[in-house]
Design a protein around this ligand. Structure first.
Ligand SMILES: Cc1cc2nc3c(=O)[nH]c(=O)nc-3n(C[C@H](O)[C@H](O)[C@H](O)COP(=O)(O)OP(=O)(O)OC[C@H]3O[C@@H](n4cnc5c(N)ncnc54)[C@H](O)[C@@H]3O)c2cc1C
Length: 406
């Protein structure tokens, strides 16, 4: 299989690179350290960037025009996403749930009215979405969701708590998994809602992460009235739709993630050239050279795994359980790569961003600490291995989990 861009796609890529260079120059601040600014400014930077992409005709390339897209192919979307990821991933991050989960789920499972209302506002950067699945007693076993939604006069009255909700503090809407039937079998009693985050009764409390910055939140809901027409699919169909969302989460980002890591690797090689250990540039140390080579191999494996998944999407399929392989291929290497970067810095590895002595604005210290969550978010490594075992290899089911779901 030939994964190279066609001459037309390459010409489009060059055109987009020129546009992006111009945008970043005009925007002025191209600091990679922006990722540590988790406040309003980060959300606004993402929205302005998405609006600029939309106005220039580079947003939602593979989405139908009637929903604010460009009606082009997924290949062109990949060109844009990869280029953005390599050059300014930090501007894209607040939108990863919006584009990776909310948009494809609404397109595939939403009503016509939902598609017409929400997709154009995703494409033009008006709305950021968050994902309200996890709860204090529902993480890997998301089927245990207890947040209740009771029908009342054209609305669902929602009560409960979500946790680890990334970007809830900057989100306009939430894809929300709720329990509409407390008596039915666990996965049958779930429904999937689109919730306006400005509704009365919603309280968002940021949680500070190991990085020192709050990127995710607790979300409390007390008698929140969500209109019934904000339900995706039938009542009780929430489990099937949530699985669709998670499949998109686990698959479509791999090739893009590889491009972002490639941008990081270039920065790491620069650092290895400029930083000295025991009086010698790091780049001359055979152990660190091995680490750089290993990082490159890890990134190439992720990239071509991502392309394999994409070729399945091009052929019209929806992502499958193989997405779990990609999750492992980015999360575990990212922990290794950021740890290697810190060891290259030696004693300076202890200095965080903000200090005049920080190397490369402290991006590796932030990346190292942030990477600890990589093997938990979007499904833990253990759960991904269970999925691969059961659904790719056909091994017997994990009975411990089934027992807990009774
Ligand atoms: C940075 C970050 C961002 C996140 N963002 C979001 C978000 O936006 N929205 C959202 O809904 N959630 C989000 N999450 C939550 C995430 O999806 C959960 O943390 C994850 O699914 C694990 O659930 P848990 O934390 O409840 O751990 P548990 O499910 O309690 O797991 C605890 C440990 O037990 C292991 N384990 C559990 N079951 C099994 C099993 N059957 N076999 C083997 N091992 C098992 C796990 O691997 C883990 O090591 C985020 C998490 C992080 C870290």
């Amino acid at each position: 299989m030939d994964f190279r861009f066609t001459p037309e796609q390459e010409a489009f890529r060059q055109e987009f690179i020129a546009w992006l260079d111009g945008y970043l120059e005009k925007a002025g601040d191209t600091s990679r350290f922006r990722a540590t600014d988790t406040g309003e400014a980060w959300g606004q930077a993402h929205k302005s960037f998405q609006k600029a992409l939309f106005d220039a005709g580079y947003a939602g390339l593979q989405y139908p025009e009637v929903y604010g897209g460009k009606g082009k192919s997924l290949a062109e979307e990949i060109v844009v996403q990869q280029t953005v990821a390599e050059q300014c991933m930090e501007l894209r991050i607040p939108g990863v749930i919006t584009f990776g989960m909310a948009a494809p789920t609404i397109l595939l499972c939403g009503t016509e009215a939902q598609k017409q209302t929400y997709l154009p506002r995703i494409m033009d950067g008006t709305h950021i979405w968050c994902q309200g699945f996890s709860e204090p007693n529902a993480g890997s076993d998301v089927v245990n969701v207890a947040t209740s939604a009771v029908k009342d006069n054209g609305h669902y009255v929602v009560n409960g708590q979500k946790v680890w909700t990334s970007f809830a503090h900057m989100a306009d809407y939430c894809i929300l998994l709720v329990r509409t039937d407390p008596d039915g079998k666990k996965h049958k009693g779930l429904s999937y809602l689109l919730m306006d985050m400005k509704l009365p009764g919603i309280e968002v409390r940021p949680i500070t992460q190991i990085t020192g910055h709050p990127e995710f939140n607790e979300v409390f809901m007390e008698d929140v009235r969500v209109p019934v027409d904000m339900r995706v699919g039938e009542e009780g169909d929430g489990w099937r739709i949530a699985i669709t969302t998670l499949m998109f989460e686990r698959t479509v980002g791999d090739a893009t993630m590889a491009a972002a890591f490639m941008g990081n690797l270039k920065a790491m090689i620069d650092m290895a050239k400029q930083t000295k250990r025991s009086g010698r540039p790091v780049i001359e140390d055979p152990v660190f050279r091995q680490q750089l080579a290993r990082a490159y191999i890890d990134i190439m494996v992720l990239k071509y795994h991502g392309y394999r998944n994409l070729s399945q999407l091009f052929a019209g399929g929806i992502p499958g359980a193989e997405g779990s392989i990609g999750k492992l291929l980015w999360s575990e290497p990212n922990q290794r790569i950021t740890e290697d970067a810190l060891s290259m810095q030696g004693p300076l590895g202890q200095i965080l961003g903000g200090s005049p002595w920080a190397i490369q604005e402290g991006i590796w210290q932030f990346g190292f600490l942030r990477s600890k969550g990589n093997t938990i978010e979007a499904g833990t490594s253990e759960i991904q291995r269970n999925i691969i075992g059961e659904r790719v290899l056909g091994l017997p089911k994990d009975t411990s989990r089934m027992a807990r779901q009774q």
